[in-house]
Every structure is written in C-alpha cells, then in structure tokens.
Design a protein around this ligand. Structure first.
Ligand SMILES: [Fe+2]
Length: 268
C-alpha cells in the first residue's frame, strides 16, 4: 500500500479506505435519487460539504458569496489585467512552449463556450492547467514521485473566436495520487478557467476524458451527484478532430448558465 508505517510506539489511525469513500459516494447518490423521485428539483451543482471529498470539509465556503460593491471604481479594480494583444498564438499550444516536445500522447481539445440559449460567448479568455503525461504538476507542492517533464509546463490560454470556439494543443494528462483517503487517485483531467468580463465573474471547472476507469472512485467528480450534470464534464472523443500521424481530438462544450450548465466550482 502507499502509506509508510508509523514510527514504533505510535498508534495509527484507521485508514480511510476507498471502500468507505465509495460507500459514502453511493449513499449520497441514493439520497439524491430519492429526493428527485420525491419531486425535488434537479441539482446540477454539488453540495459544498460533500463528505467523501474529505480534503474540502475544512475549507469549503460556509457563507454566501459577498457581492462586490456597486461602485464602478471597485469593479475596475477587479477587472481583467490582460488585453487581446497579450494572448499570442503560442499560448494555446502547450507542446511548443519549450525547446523540445513534451512526452505523452499529443491531443487537441476544442469546443464552444455558450450561454444558456446556445449563443456563442465571444472573446472569452479561456485558461487551462494540467498535470504532465506522468501525472505530475510543474508545481512545488506536487512532490509525488512521477517525473517532471522539462518540456512541459502545463499552462495555456486562448480567446474564444466569433463562434465561441476555443482550442488547445497539449498532451493527455496522467492520473495522479492525492491524499483525500488511502490509495486515492484523480482521473485524468484538465482544469479550465473562464475569466468573464471581470474577475468576479471568473468560473473554474474540470474536463475529464471518456472511459476513465477512475471515475467511480473520485469524490470530486462524484460530488456532482446528478448523472447528466456529471456527464457534461466528460469530453467526447471526436475522430474528425484527430489529425493523421499527429494527434487525437476531443470535443468539450462549456455552457455557462441554464439547465444544461457545466458545473463550476462556485456552484453558480
Ligand atoms: Fe488537478
């Protein structure tokens, strides 16, 4: 197992096993199914105190969000600090940010950012960050023993075009362990940020890859208890987006609002 033995003389707390986390995930899903059967409205957003996500139980927000003051000067302070000219063509290609190419399976990820009526959201700053192909982030706090890749930072950005389309070239991220419970692993995912027109509108979410065997074990993905809402976090493999001899293509649309909204971390 992954946990090293405790020093002699200490009493080890009982391991928080995957079986226990999985049982809690199942119980939460059953509770949700019962509430829907009883006529409760669909809840596409997870509860902030979702118990199987142990890492969040001491740090999730316990109070409503504080609205920014209506003073236009204050809004200016929280506005974007980028301009269209700050985004270069290289920023959307995470495989060309260093002298050499990163290890891993080259992929393209593209999709549209849409409002609740299906209209494109144009000129939207879309930022992504992700682990490398081995499941390691280029970040000091990530110390798990998988290799760093000197040719991969894992950060990219682009602006949506007139159709609301974003596009990235990257490598498929690996699964990685985390310390939510014993033998906890995150499914492969890419973090997405949509900036909005001011910092207070920023939305953050995660995209997953179809068919990942870790879905059922992951309390972050499973915290979205509604099946349809959870399914909207999974990209589709699109063979027409794959480039011969070059890359595999995935498509993932982001809906900002309404009944088909993509889950975001602020639960709006
Ligand atoms: Fe992550």
């Amino acid at each position: 197992m992954t946990t090293p033995p405790a020093p002699a003389g200490t009493i080890e707390p009982p391991a928080l096993t995957q079986a226990r986390i999985s049982a809690e995930i199942a119980a939460a899903r059953d509770d949700y199914a019962r509430s829907i059967a009883a006529g409760a409205p669909v809840r596409p957003h997870p509860d902030r105190d979702y118990a199987p996500y142990r890492s969040s139980t001491l740090r999730h927000p316990r109070h409503p969000l504080t609205p920014m003051a209506a003073d236009p000067e204050d809004v200016e302070l929280s506005g974007p600090v980028f301009g269209v000219t700050d985004i270069t063509d290289l920023d959307h290609d995470l495989t060309r940010q260093h002298r050499g190419e990163p290890q891993g399976e080259r992929i393209t990820v593209t999709g549209r950012v849409l409002d609740r009526s299906g209209r494109p959201v144009r000129g939207q700053l879309v930022e992504i960050w992700q682990a490398n192909a081995s499941g390691r982030y280029a970040h000091l706090r990530d110390q798990h023993p998988a290799p760093l890749d000197p040719h991969f930072t894992g950060v990219g950005r682009c602006l949506t075009d007139d159709q609301g389309t974003y596009s990235f070239v990257t490598v498929k991220p690996g699964a990685y362990p985390w310390r939510n419970h014993d033998n906890a692993w995150r499914p492969a995912h890419i973090h997405f940020s949509l900036f909005g027109s001011a910092f207070t509108q920023r939305l953050i979410t995660q995209m997953y890859f179809p068919g990942d065997p870790l879905f059922a074990y992951d309390p972050i993905l499973q915290s979205v208890t509604d099946d349809d809402a959870r399914g909207r976090l999974v990209a589709a493999y699109d063979h027409d987006l794959s480039t011969p001899e070059w890359s595999l293509g995935y498509r993932w649309d982001i809906v900002l609002d309404g009944p088909s909204a993509t889950w975001t971390e602020e639960g709006r």
